[in-house]
Design a protein around this ligand. Structure first.
Ligand SMILES: [Ca+2]
Ligand SMILES: [Ca+2]
Ligand SMILES: [Ca+2]
Ligand SMILES: [Ca+2]
Length: 211
């Protein structure tokens, strides 16, 4: 697969173990490092090497000498579910041209996939790095408020609402209206405005109004 990644990261695939023909033939479990795109000047974060031992997989991450942003490393065991997790976050890149990151949960018996993202690249300014939007939250990295409910994606992740559902608790009030207009909990459909009813006094009672 060729082509640059607009969100400032690149895709790296590490295949370990029985999924490959070598392992199926009863030989030593196989390992292969593959990338989805060739290095480009705009996105040249590279997994330079991978080694595997009893402590897990060790990834050597390379980047340009003048690169100063932080990096996120993502891992996935099943590309069909596209269920990525954040293996390491906000890794500092200053002071060298590569560093090592260990995935303790990797084994030679199963496939493992990795991606590297620029943790300081937030194209839409919603507080979420582009690659986290794509892999973790499935939100639009170029649109601050993906579901258009009045709360941006970063705000929704912080308060626990669904950034892909404009009414997270299903009470027919949008998340944005609950927070900014009604001051209700967008995660709780039971919180409604109190109902106040007035009835005419009986038995000569007097009604006093307290402003
Ligand atoms: Ca963002
Ligand atoms: Ca967004
Ligand atoms: Ca929203
Ligand atoms: Ca609601």
């Amino acid at each position: 697969m060729e082509g640059s990644q607009p969100w400032g990261g690149r895709v790296f695939l590490l295949l370990l173990g029985s999924g490959l023909a070598v392992a199926a033939a009863g030989q030593r479990p196989a390992m292969a490092l593959r990338t989805e795109s060739a290095p480009t000047p705009a996105s040249n974060l590279v997994i330079q090497a991978i080694s595997v031992d009893s402590n897990g997989a060790h990834l050597t991450i390379g980047y340009p000498e003048d690169f100063t942003n932080r990096l996120d490393i993502f891992a996935c065991s099943d590309l069909l579910t596209h269920n990525w997790t954040l293996l390491a976050s906000n890794l500092v890149t200053t002071g060298g041209q590569c560093f090592c990151c260990t995935d303790a949960s990797a084994t030679q018996a199963a496939a493992r996939f990795y991606k590297v993202g620029n943790a300081d690249l937030d194209s839409d300014g919603d507080g979420l790095p582009d690659m986290r939007e794509i892999l973790l939250y499935k939100t639009n990295p170029f649109l601050a408020d993906t579901d258009q409910d009045g709360l941006n994606d970063g705000e929704e992740i912080a308060m626990g609402t669904d950034p892909l559902n404009l009414d997270s608790d299903g009470d027919r009030l949008s998340d944005g209206d609950e927070v900014h207009v009604y001051r209700t909990d967008p995660n709780n459909p039971d919180i409604v405005a109190p109902l106040v009813s007035l009835t005419a006094p009986t038995g000569g009672a007097t009604v006093w109004w307290i402003p």
